[in-house]
Design a protein around this ligand. Structure first.
Ligand SMILES: Cc1ncc(COP(=O)(O)O)c(C=O)c1O
Length: 420
């Protein structure tokens, strides 16, 4: 009998512990990797892939890392709030160089381990400031919003967002469902490239939301994880900038995972826009106290890379062109997918526009994701019969599509639809 066996009866911590189901999307990647089918397609996890199917390191990132390798002289802790140059660079990226909030010093920002941790800090910040506030999430939203925001204990409710029949954002229903909000509640809005639907708000709709929040005393929490993936850096942040122009309080969570392709380096930010510089400082002191309970100080590397790129005009230009390529490729895939579906369905005799153009909405949407509008059974058939992997909701990562696999995808989806 081992020493461990002799002490087992006195230990209860893991006694009766229940296993949790594994993350469905990560499970999908495991199944994909072990699938021997040479035609297999991975449209699951939200990582940008280039034409060859690789998730590349940007050249701008590699160059910044080279500079850092030569320049770095210490691995001592950085300040708990993060690197001050990274923070200013992020604030300018999010709001633009000359935004009034920056001039008025109404914004305070922390460097965070990814956008995910920024969301967690935001949740605890709200919990401290106003524990009776409800956080309103779009239905549907990114699957991790609920655990990141809700597990602190904040009440979380949903507002209507995406109409699965028309494949569009239904703004009227969205605003009607937000009638149930109360003063002090938070509305989580995605800055651009809505995950999972790809259906974004127009600037006019952002304005409507700003008016609504002001009238009701609601605080927007803008989660911006794909800035630069839709129209451009400034355009993608225009809704966020408008809210910060017009409202006394806005919370912002940002991620550098996608637009710098720094996923595993875990870099992002949490900002509080408050009514006065003094209130913003007080908010920052609360946020700093929160992070003391999580990780004390953030990791340096990812933020150093971002700062180096943003501060060096040559690297910045290189990054801007790499980001433009990503944006253009996603837009191309969207258009190509629509036309391939249309052509296929025309040949098969679908003459009525509603059937022939069933997937036309994909070219109107933005960012890496859209729904194909398939049932969980059809998604399962695609996986079992054709080795095409996507989330059960039929959300696809469009960057997983390339000229080499698009015909197989379109064929397979149509076959599954025809069999229904
Ligand atoms: C909408 C949204 N917000 C936040 C994040 C968090 O990103 P990360 O923690 O990798 O920076 C993601 C990641 O997929 C996302 O899709």
């Amino acid at each position: 009998m081992s020493l461990v066996d002799t002490a087992v009866d006195r230990y209860q911590l893991c006694h009766g512990i229940k296993p949790m189901p594994s993350d469905p999307l990560l499970g999908l990647s495991v199944s994909f990797n072990s699938d021997p089918n040479r035609d297999k397609i991975d449209l699951g996890v939200g990582v940008y892939k280039d034409l060859s199917g690789a998730a590349p390191v940007f050249k701008s990132v590699k160059s910044a890392e080279q500079i850092l390798w030569h320049r770095e002289t210490t691995k001592a802790y950085i300040p708990p709030a993060g690197d001050s140059d990274f923070i200013s660079a992020m604030e300018s990226l999010l709001l633009g160089e000359d935004h009034q909030c920056l001039q008025d010093q109404r914004i305070k920002t922390l460097q965070t381990p990814g956008g995910s941790c920024a969301l967690r800090i935001a949740a605890e910040f709200v919990w401290r400031c106003n524990p009776s506030a409800t956080v309103w999430l779009s239905a549907p939203t990114w699957v991790n919003h609920q655990p990141l925001l809700g597990r602190i204990g904040l009440p979380v409710r949903e507002y209507f967002y995406y109409d699965y029949q028309s494949h569009q954002l239904d703004f009227q229903r969205m605003m009607a469902s937000l009638e149930a909000t109360s003063a002090g509640d938070l509305i989580l809005l995605q800055g651009c490239c809505h995950n999972p639907s790809g259906a974004d708000l127009s600037l006019e709709q952002w304005q409507h939301i700003a008016d609504f929040c002001r009238d009701r005393g609601l605080v927007p929490l803008v989660d911006i994880a794909y800035q630069g993936f839709a129209q451009g850096l400034a355009e993608d942040a225009s809704g966020l900038r408008l809210l910060c122009d017009q409202l006394p309080e806005v919370l912002i969570t940002a991620s550098c995972s996608k637009n710098f392709a720094l996923y595993r380096e875990r870099v992002g930010s949490f900002s509080v826009v408050a009514a006065t510089p003094k209130k913003a400082d007080q908010a920052l002191s609360q946020a700093l106290d929160i992070i003391r309970g999580y990780y004390f100080v953030p990791a340096a590397h990812g933020a150093q890379v971002v700062k180096t790129i943003l501060q060096d005009p040559r690297l910045r230009n290189c990054w801007l062109s790499e980001l433009a390529l990503v944006r253009e490729r996603i837009a191309e895939v969207r258009n190509l997918l629509c036309s391939e579906f249309r052509e296929f369905r025309e040949i098969r005799g679908f003459q009525q526009p509603a059937c022939r153009d069933r997937f036309a909405y994909i070219s109107q949407q933005q960012g890496m994701f859209s729904f194909l509008g398939l049932s969980p059974l059809q998604v399962d058939q695609l996986r079992q019969q054709y080795s095409i992997y996507m989330a059960t909701s039929s959300r696809i990562n469009l960057s997983g599509i390339n000229p080499g696999n698009i015909n197989y995808l379109v064929n397979s989806v149509n076959l599954v639809l025809a069999a229904a």
